[in-house]
Design a protein around this ligand. Structure first.
Ligand code: PHB
Length: 393
């Protein structure tokens, strides 16, 4: 070969990009059905994180997001979608999932196919025990409702609980009642309302007749939370002196402005508020507004999805773009971030659940807007209390 030709060939080779490596993420969330408005709050966070951090990926590595709508709490649909993503699309990871029944339906598939499954919302404690390939970056209801019960017992003599009748509702009811009892509080009644199409009025009327000092409510974030607040207002509970309290799901940041002043004074315990003053949160919210508009705010589903992507990026970077499922799970189990928008977080390697702070918040008006204002940290580095209690048994 003549020298010039050889040089040209070598130059062409050098100019070739490294073999392109695509990480496929099967992203399942809800865009329709019950609280279908929530899906975009997760997807936007995943896309924004990817856009801002893509350049940190090993050379030639690309992320492909395969987005699917599970149509709300619909385990059959979720299972079918996960199956297709695993078998046909050959995804490296599964992620997303708002609703507990859907996460439980996907769990055995993740185990069988050895596909790591990053849960970015579904909060029933038991979920992570259903597959060694599940890791959860969101929360458990025990994490918020247990400290809420401790706090409420000191402040109110009597309380009533009202929860949606499915996994996370049952967990919240149990956690709150246990903590209240342990601290001398009295739960005078509890009701479970249907998850789909609940008519809150008769249930809230029952609560009104019982005259508790506080009503503790868990319903899924999204439009259901707004509906509960409206019913609470229409029946005049506030003026009857009943204080509304709950995990942060009842005053989610994305619903707050639409709820109106009825939300004012609601006390909640949760791990994320769009109005938190932490610099990492300010930066997150500013990036969100820049990308999606000045009136847009992320919510707790966005925060979990953002952190989940940070964890996924770590696994990709540490493995130089070639994901091995077991190695990926090891990296996930050791994930830590001192500077998440919600404060310091880590994954508990024993349970694969998130460890995070819990904050007491009150809905107040700040600069003419409703805000979940963080008042104090009621739990530091909280592990899922339900799993901690199981260990003691
Ligand atoms: C769940 O199904 O686990 C779930 C859904 C919505 C929430 C919290 C938990 O706000």
């Amino acid at each position: 070969m003549k020298k010039a030709v050889w040089l040209a060939a070598a130059a062409a080779l050098l100019a070739l990009p490294a073999a392109a490596q695509t990480i496929k993420i099967g992203f399942i969330t809800s865009y329709s059905g019950l609280n279908g408005n929530l899906g975009p709050y997760m997807e936007r966070a995943v896309r924004l994180y990817t856009k801002l951090h893509e350049k940190e990926l090993p050379r030639g590595v690309k992320i492909e997001l395969l987005v699917r709508d599970d149509t709300g709490p619909n385990p059959d649909k979720a299972k079918q979608l996960a199956q297709e993503l695993i078998v046909r699309d050959k995804v490296n990871l599964l992620a997303g999932v708002i609703f507990t029944p859907n996460a439980l339906a996907i769990a055995p598939l993740a185990t069988e196919a050895k596909v790591p499954f990053v849960i970015m919302n579904a909060g029933t404690s038991v979920i992570t025990t259903r597959s060694p390939y599940i890791v959860r970056v969101s929360f458990t209801l025990w994490q918020s409702c247990y400290p809420l019960g401790q706090w409420a017992a000191k402040r109110f003599k009597t309380s009533y609980t009202m929860v949606s009748d499915f996994g996370p509702g049952h967990d919240c009811e149990d956690a709150f009642a246990r903590a209240a009892k342990e601290n001398g509080g009295q739960v005078v009644g509890s009701v479970r309302v249907p998850l789909q199409n609940p008519d809150f009025v008769p249930f809230i009327q029952r609560v009104k007749d019982a005259k508790p000092d506080a009503l503790m409510v868990f319903v899924p974030a999204g439009k259901t939370a707004t509906a509960v607040l409206k019913a609470f207002s229409e029946l005049g509970l506030k003026s009857a002196g009943v204080k509304l309290i709950g995990p942060g799901d009842v005053t989610p940041d994305e619903e707050l402005q639409g709820m109106g002043d009825v939300a004012l004074g609601t006390f909640t315990v949760h791990h994320y508020s769009a109005d938190a003053e932490r610099p990492a949160n300010k930066a997150f919210v500013a990036a969100w507004k820049k990308e999606y508009g000045a009136n847009e705010v992320p919510d707790f589903l966005s925060a979990a999805s953002w952190d989940g992507m940070d964890m996924i990026f770590q696994a990709i970077k540490q493995q130089k773009g070639k994901l091995d499922p077991d190695r990926t799970m090891e990296i996930f189990k050791n994930y830590k971030n001192a500077n998440s928008p919600r404060g310091p977080i880590s994954i508990d390697p024993e349970t694969r659940d998130i460890v995070q702070n819990e904050y007491l918040r009150e809905v107040r008006k700040v600069g003419g807007r409703l805000a979940n204002v963080e008042l104090e940290t009621v739990g530091t580095a909280v592990k899922d209390p339900w799993k901690e209690l199981q260990k003691k048994k």
